[in-house]
Ligand binder design. Structure first.
Ligand code: HEM
Length: 398
């Protein structure tokens, strides 16, 4: 008998998707679902199956293996030659070349720039709070910080930062859907120009290092370079932005633990790990397509179907985490899947952790009386079945 088709996603579930995941987990480990765009997928909800799926080489990230012609974000082909659309040897080759530029030393060197950017944005936030008595932490702090850091990482010239950030914001939060393709095109042209400029005049930024990277005579093609820069921009900004705002909201909602972290900032790394589990905005890993029949949770999934590994559900699976809906910075098991697992493990993991920690440290230190300016149920979310993120975070607290 074919598995029943469920429609678990909808506007009503977005603000708090966790009861829906709990219900799905309790009924079966894998469900056949219809997504809001009418397409179909297999939704994997249990922690053990999600974890195994992330490392299963038979689950391809390459859209060429989709039986239904999956297009996803529909990037132009010149931007699609990236790590999250390839597998196996092709992926290994690219990842090896990229790792030459994206070194732990580079992240270490960025630490001071992250600190400076956070300090500068905190000054701006303080000025708005002084003037208006309240401010939107998303617009004033959480959104701009990762963009400033990516600008430093890629070596975006000072004069181009404004137009660059505005194109990226339009891509992520368009006023109407038609603006996305135009913003992607603007960013694409901008990155082509940036690669050409770094080729002519190398700097000490990541892009220059990627242009110079070689592996036994092999090097990154023009499309690969631009696709990578685009991926770093996408992967590096949105999740980090949402974890800063969602992380602060979670801490504000748990005053005893907030007081502990304020009193002892050395607890922040632990708090960040628990936030990655508990407040992770990315509901799903990148879609995968089986290259052969694959059994997951007792269900045989045919090749070419779309498989969604639900990270947010895995993070609340009681089979893995005792009392999973409780936020607890002292939780003994702090491992999570927020940064992926296996071949495609997040390349920016160390940078992401550094940014979130410094962002929270700066906010807690500079604004000892920070508080929500609206009741929690009045907050506006920018949510879909893929992402659970705050649109605004109005705060007071000078
Ligand atoms: C809190 C912030 C972040 C989160 C939650 C996050 C999460 C993830 C996840 C879950 C994956 C694996 C996707 C999958 O297997 O389906 C991934 C991959 C990746 N991330 Fe991140 N990421 C974050 C920040 C960053 C940053 C700051 C950068 C770079 C500046 C970055 C660059 C990448 C890249 C390049 C990949 C692809 C790696 C590969 O396929 O080999 N990420 N990230």
């Amino acid at each position: 008998m074919p598995a029943p088709l469920l429609r678990p996603f909808g506007k009503a579930t977005y603000p708090d998707p966790y009861p829906t995941y709990a219900e799905l987990r309790a009924t079966a480990p894998v469900h056949r679902v219809e997504l809001p765009d009418g397409s179909r997928a297999w939704l994997v909800t249990g922690e053990a199956d999600v974890r195994a799926g992330l490392s299963d080489p038979r689950l391809s990230l390459n859209k060429a293996h989709s039986g239904s012609g999956y297009k996803g974000f529909s990037l132009p082909p010149a931007l699609d030659a990236n790590l999250l659309n390839i597998d196996a040897a092709d992926h290994l080759r690219l990842r090896r070349l990229v790792s030459q530029g994206f070194t732990p030393r580079r992240v270490e060197e960025l630490r001071e720039q992250v600190r400076a950017a956070a300090g500068h944005l905190a000054d701006r936030l303080a000025a708005v709070l002084d003037r208006a008595g309240r401010a939107d932490l998303v617009a004033e702090f959480a959104n701009p910080l990762p963009l400033l850091v990516i600008g430093d990482l890629l070596g975006v010239p000072e004069a181009d930062r404004g137009p660059f950030s505005s194109a990226v914001s339009t891509m992520f939060t368009p006023e109407h859907p038609g603006q996305v393709a135009e913003a992607v095109d603007r960013i694409h042209r901008f990155l082509l120009g940036l690669v050409a400029a770094r080729r002519a005049e190398p700097g000490d930024d990541l892009l220059s290092a990627l242009i110079a990277a070689r592996d036994e005579g092999d090097r990154l093609s023009e499309d690969e370079l631009v696709s990578l820069a685009f991926l770093i921009l996408m992967a590096g900004s949105e999740n980090t932005q949402h974890l800063i705002s969602g992380g602060l909201l979670t801490l504000l909602g748990h005053p005893a633990q907030l007081a502990e972290v304020r009193a002892d900032p050395s607890l922040l790394p632990e708090a960040v790990e628990e936030l990655l589990r508990y407040a992770h905005p990315n509901q799903m890993a990148i879609r995968r397509f089986p290259t052969e029949p694959v059994d997951i949770g007792g269900v045989r999934i045919p090749p070419g179907d779309t498989v969604l590994l639900c990270l947010a559900s895995a993070h609340r699976d009681p089979a893995r985490y005792p009392d999973p809906d409780r936020f607890d910075i002292h939780r003994a098991d702090k491992s999570h899947l927020a940064l992926g697992q296996g071949f495609h493990y997040c390349l920016g993991a160390a940078l992401a952790r550094t940014e979130i920690r410094i962002a929270l440290e700066t906010l807690l230190h500079r604004f000892p009386r920070l508080a929500l300016a609206v009741p929690e149920d009045g907050l506006k979310w920018r949510a879909s079945f893929r992402s659970h993120a705050l649109r605004e975070l109005p705060v007071t607290g000078r």
